[in-house]
Structure formats: C-alpha cells, structure tokens
Write a protein that binds this ligand. Structure first.
Ligand code: NAP
Length: 279
C-alpha cells in the first residue's frame, strides 16, 4: 500500500521505516522541511514526492509536533484529501475531534492515534500505536504494521479515545520526570542526593500502575496538602520552581471532603477527584 507521512520527524521516520520494511511505499513531501527531515526520510527509505502525490495515498499518517497538528490537518483537508487520515499526535481528545471535523469530504475516515514509547529501532523494544475510530479504517491501519515493532492496539469506534489514553499516560510520564528533576535539584543543593536515591529505591512501586493506593491517598490528602505548601516554600527559597508542588497542593485540597475516610474504594476516589468543587 502507499502511505503518506506528514512528516518524517524522529517518530514519523521510524514508523515509516517499519512500513517500508513491511513492503509499503511511504511518501513524504520535502516542501518547507529541514535538511534533518530529508536525512531521516532518506535513511528510512521513504519516497520524496510533491504534496499532491502524497495525497494520492489511501492512508495519510500525521506525526508532527502537537502544536502543528491542526495546521497540518487543515492543509490536508483543504487539498480535498479523500482517504484515511490518521491523527497520531499527542493532542487532546477535543482537538482530535475538531481536526476530524475539518474534513468535509464524506469519503474521509479519521482515525485517532496515540503513540506510546520511543521511536522503534531494530533490536530495541517497540512502540505502541493506539488507534480508535471507524473499525474498517482502524483495521486497515493496524494491518499496515502487522509483524513490526509497532504494535497496533484498537480502542474502539470513538475518535478521541486514543488521544485520551495518550494524554493520561503523558500527563504522568512527563510530569513525573519534571517532578523527579526538581526533587534531585533540591537534594543536590543540600548534599543529600544519595539519600534521596536510596529512599526512592526503597519506596519502589509504580504509582501509575497501582491505582489501589488512591483511596488511602485521598483520606490523607488533608495532611499532604499543607506539606506540599512547605515543599513549595523550600523550592522557592532554593530558587527552584514551586509550581508543581503548588499544583499538587491544589489537587490535594479537592480531597478535603475525603478526610480520614478509609472506606473509599478506588472508583469513588477517582469520582471525587472529578466532582469536588475548586477550593
Ligand atoms: N519522539 C518520540 O519519542 C515520541 C514518542 C511518542 C509520541 N511521539 C509523538 O510523535 C509526534 C512527532 O514527534 P517527533 O518526535 O517525531 O517530532 P520531531 O522529531 O520534532 O519531528 C517533527 C516533524 O514535523 C516537522 N515539523 C516541525 N514543525 C512543523 C510545523 N510547524 N508544521 C509541520 N511540520 C512540522 C518536522 O520537520 P522540520 O523539522 O524539518 O521542519 C519533522 O519532520 C508528536 O505528536 C509526538 O508527541 C513522539
């Protein structure tokens, strides 16, 4: 099959290389792109074509900076593209749905995509390509990656579902790295990095993989919130960013009605996070 790719960045070129290795022709358009993109595309075995020829592909894959996703989609839609458009960028469900609405051509089927994992490389662990949208289009896109290091996972018929998973995972993954860096910076200032590392190793576990701790955390939030304000003060005094600690305190403040209620179950604890009014 012919696949159009907008554009061959680090992730797009890596996915394109998998498709080429699977026997597909992957077209990209050099207009406006940098030498770095051209080098990645050549190394991945992609075919440079005018934009109109790229749009002759029955499947177009959008893998670009999230901030450019709407502009890229608008360009494709306004050119009258009639095929399957895979919106595979890290954008919100609402933005993905708005992008879906850009396509007036009734022949277009928009597939929502969420990519999780680093760009796939031979000999390394793969990447997951979560897909949601019309079943036949999801199956078509999944089939392109059959047997490759990109594992396609269907998430049902709604455009927005795959983006929601990407947002939920990315929120934790990116924020936890930022949090860890702030903690290390504060510990380094006071010469206690090795103790911080030791405590981190003793703590173990993975907060995202273990929802069972949410009720306990909800019951204790009334005490943790003020502690986070102390953390913010310590960070501010060290010239480090206090915003994440302050944000955490604000989230914990929503838990005030759950104070010392150790009877909550996990779904209820999550529901309360939704419905408690802003402090
Ligand atoms: N890289 C990862 O580890 C990873 C992991 C999971 C998901 N993703 C997702 O994959 C998508 C792309 O990430 P990436 O790492 O491949 O990005 P990237 O390496 O920065 O590449 C982005 C590509 O889009 C082009 N581009 C840059 N600015 C543009 C603009 N304003 N309009 C149109 N095209 C533009 C770039 O071309 P020029 O630079 O030549 O202009 C480049 O070819 C993102 O949505 C990201 O969230 C990436």
């Amino acid at each position: 099959m012919i696949v159009g790719l907008v554009h061959p960045g680090r992730m797009g070129a890596a996915l394109g290389a998998l498709l080429v290795a699977n026997g597909h022709e992957v077209r990209w358009c050099p207009d406006g792109r940098s030498p770095g993109t051209a080098e990645r595309a050549a190394a991945a075995g992609l075919t440079a074509t005018p934009f109109a020829d790229l749009l002759a592909a029955p499947v177009v894959l959008s893998v670009c900076p999230p901030a450019a996703a709407s502009t890229v989609a608008t360009t494709v839609a306004e050119a009258g593209y009639p095929g399957v458009y895979v919106e595979a960028n890290a954008i919100s469900p609402a933005r993905t749905q708005a992008i879906s609405g850009l396509f007036n051509n009734p022949a277009v089927r928009v597939v929502d995509g969420g990519i999780v994992g680093p760009p796939p490389r031979p000999g390394h662990s793969g990447v997951r390509l979560y897909l949601s949208g019309p079943a036949d289009a999801v199956d078509l896109v999944s089939g392109l990656f059959d047997g490759t290091a990109a594992k396609a996972v269907g998430l049902g018929p709604e455009v927005g579902t795959a983006s929601a998973l990407k947002m939920a995972f990315g929120s934790f993954q990116k924020t936890s790295r930022a949090l860890a860096a702030v903690s290390h910076a504060l510990a380094a200032d006071f010469g206690v990095t090795e103790h911080l590392r030791a405590e981190a190793e003793a703590m173990g576990g993975n907060a995202l993989a273990d929802p069972g701790h949410f009720p306990n955390a909800a019951a204790l939030a009334w005490r943790w919130g003020p502690e986070m304000r102390e953390v913010a003060d310590a960070l501010r005094a060290a010239g480090l960013p206090p915003e994440l600690a302050e944000g955490s305190a604000a989230v914990l403040a929503r838990r005030t009605p759950d104070r010392d209620d150790f009877t909550l179950d996990t779904p209820t604890a999550l529901t309360h996070l939704h419905h408690h009014p802003e402090p």
